[in-house]
Design a protein. Structure first.
Length: 255
């Protein structure tokens, strides 16, 4: 199973495909699976954890607030944040059904959020999201979260995807009282653009981890409100971390 550092090595040392969609040269692998701990912050240089937290909170809150993104990442290109990249409005109304399915049958294979829920419209508008679906499995009381991506950018996409899917997984696990375990990314195209090669992790760099505080809400409606408050209000943030989220010495599943 590939880790984040393994992905960089595999793509940069080959053999890989060399392609240039939209005129942007990159190296690419097709149909790649990589694994991360829930709450993992991968060791990528210049990563802004505040942006990852904000994307995850907006996913749970169901919002698409560009000004909130700019608040935590003033230099970010807001043109990158639109219908393709805000997953919350696409999936938030499906989450209660996923929770109900897993309560009814914890070993279900039907607990799926469909992000590409208007494929005909997305195709016409060019807004097909990078993440097409997110599936949840409970096995041995551990929650495994699987995201299926049509396009997975190793430098700019995966670090923030892992963070936002972790916040979603922590929320689902908390409501269902199971252990949040791993994030599995399955990428149709997993790639590194030529102009982002300098962001390769260094050997000395190690991942960091975060988790929810025990006092974080345990039911879904309250979790949505909790997330929305942190999207909207600066005073819920301290030292770069939203109130209710804390740093952890190890993955939350091993605590």
């Amino acid at each position: 199973m590939l880790t984040y550092r393994n992905l960089w090595s595999k793509l940069l040392k080959g053999p890989t495909l060399k392609v240039a969609p939209r005129g942007l040269p990159c190296v690419e692998l097709l149909v790649v699976r990589s694994r991360y701990w829930v709450g993992e912050i991968v060791p990528r240089p210049s990563l802004n954890p505040r942006l990852g937290f904000m994307e995850g909170l907006q996913l749970v809150a169901g919002t698409a607030d560009k000004l909130a993104v700019q608040r935590v990442a003033p230099k970010v290109d807001l043109d990158l944040f639109g219908p393709m990249s805000f997953y919350g409005p696409r999936v938030v109304d499906q989450i209660p059904n996923v929770l109900a399915e897993l309560r009814k049958d914890p070993e279900s294979r039907r607990a799926v959020l469909i992000a590409a829920n208007n494929p005909a419209i997305d195709a016409v508008k060019g807004t097909t999201p990078c993440t097409l679906a997110i599936q949840f499995f409970i096995r041995e009381r551990k929650l495994v979260t699987v995201a299926y991506l049509r396009s997975s950018d190793v430098a700019w996409g995966i670090p923030y995807d892992v963070m936002q899917f972790s916040i979603l997984a922590l929320s689902v696990a908390r409501v269902l009282d199971v252990t949040p375990w791993t994030i599995e990314l399955v990428g149709g195209s997993t790639h590194i653009y030529d102009n982002t090669r300098h962001l390769q992790p260094q050997e000395k760099d190690n991942p960091r981890f975060f988790r929810f505080e025990e006092r974080t809400p345990k039911d879904w409606p309250d979790l949505r409100v909790w997330a929305k408050d942190r999207v909207e209000w600066d005073f819920f943030w301290s030292a770069g971390v939203p109130e209710g989220i804390v740093w952890s010495k190890m993955p939350v599943g091993l605590c």
